[in-house]
Ligand binder design. Structure first.
Ligand code: AMP
Ligand code: TRP
Length: 342
């Protein structure tokens, strides 16, 4: 059976970008068709300045939102990365496989390290090694597919290179995974700055839709989204990034086709033809996002009233994850020549 692994890091509250680029597909498609694991990858939140209490709160909130979005522990495994030691155990072996040069070429490292230095922060070593830990997250489960948004494609490519190199050097140990991306909304852009990604943490939150934003906040953010010059509703990400982003979001809110129907989302270019003004497009997009988020928010409210249930799911998930990862990581330890503990 196909093995799927993906994760979300608790560096901020989950956004519409997370949902359309990743989580929605995990829920509607991936968990039904494969042996799937989804993780709140909390260790990755420590690569930048963080407040411990906030990381704790956001980790729990992220796990709760994944369940509220519809991940079903009867169908897939949901767990917290730091609860399963195999990730860091494997990461070291992969640090001995990856090269300094390939890590320094990672776009996210280049961007984030420049930003950290500009704001007077030092760059943590873990920011550089982070894609190695991500590779360990994936390879520890002999993962075949990694459903992610566009921004993670380069990290999954690196994971493939590391797996291939390890297998060549030490004998076949890991599956070589491939990234899968959504057909639309693979890179949801900031509503105020439609040439940069909608990220969890931006200085201004006016362009970010959080999954737990109230309906009136969502509407306000979308109605105030930056659009482009001209009045024609056209899908052209180069010359009209703001309008293209709204069309992608609207298309991403449509039907995914489910587990068996295949992914047949609406085409943003075709959608463009159904609107005669930016205002009309914004209203339709706001309505669609509000409707999409409503059931998630309702289920979140129920689950958040009793975190006990969520904690039980996470505990069981960690046991399941550990049972899969343990023998794989043990095999990797033996393959590189480390003496078994007896
Ligand atoms: P992160 O929030 O960086 O942990 O991302 C979790 C998942 O959401 C990854 O698969 C990302 O590629 C995806 N993702 C994050 N932001 C966006 C975005 N703006 N558009 C599409 N996918 C996104
Ligand atoms: N690096 C990913 C991100 O920023 C999160 C992540 C960590 C991940 N480990 C992973 C995603 C393994 C997929 C598979 O979004």
């Amino acid at each position: 059976m196909t093995r799927i692994f993906s994760g979300v890091k608790p560096t901020g509250p989950l956004t519409l970008g997370n949902y359309l680029g990743a989580v929605r597909r995990w829920v509607e498609v991936d968990q039904h068709r494969a042996d799937a694991l989804f993780s709140v990858v909390d260790l990755h939140a420590l690569t930048v300045e963080h407040d411990p209490a906030r990381v704790r709160r956001l980790s729990r909130q992220a796990a709760t939102l994944l369940l509220a979005a519809g991940l079903d522990p009867a169908l897939c495994t949901v767990f917290v990365q730091s609860h399963v030691d195999e990730h860091t155990r494997l990461s070291y072996l992969l640090e001995c496989t990856a090269t300094d040069g390939e890590l320094r070429r990672m776009i996210q490292y280049k961007e984030k390290s420049v930003r950290a230095l500009a704001s007077g922060e030092s760059v943590r070593f873990s920011l550089l090694s982070y894609p190695v830990l991500m590779a360990a997250d994936i390879l520890a489960y002999r993962t075949d597919e990694v459903p992610v948004g566009d921004d993670q494609a380069q990290h999954v490519e690196l994971t493939r290179d590391i797996a291939t190199r390890f297998n060549q050097r030490y004998g076949h140990t890991f599956s070589v995974p491939k990234a899968t991306r959504p057909a639309v909304a693979a890179r949801v852009m900031d509503l105020q700055e439609p040439t940069s990604k909608m990220g969890k943490s931006h200085e201004s939150t006016a362009g970010i839709i959080y999954l737990l934003d109230d309906a009136d906040v969502v509407r306000k953010k979308i109605m105030r989204a930056v659009t482009d010059s001209g009045r024609e509703v056209e899908y052209d990400p180069e010359t009209k990034p703001g309008v293209a982003n709204l069309l992608e979001i609207l298309a991403g809110c449509g039907d995914l086709g489910g587990a068996t129907g295949g992914e047949k989302p609406a085409d943003p270019a075709a959608l463009a033809e159904t609107f005669t003004s930016y205002g009309e497009l914004k209203r339709a997009t706001a309505d669609a996002v509000i409707e999409l988020l409503r059931p998630v928010q309702e289920r979140h409210a129920v689950l958040a009233a009793d975190f006990g249930q969520v904690d039980v799911v996470l505990k069981e998930g960690a046991v399941r994850a550990r049972n899969i990862a343990r023998p794989v990581v043990d095999a990797a330890y033996r393959a590189v020549g480390l003496l078994p503990a007896g």
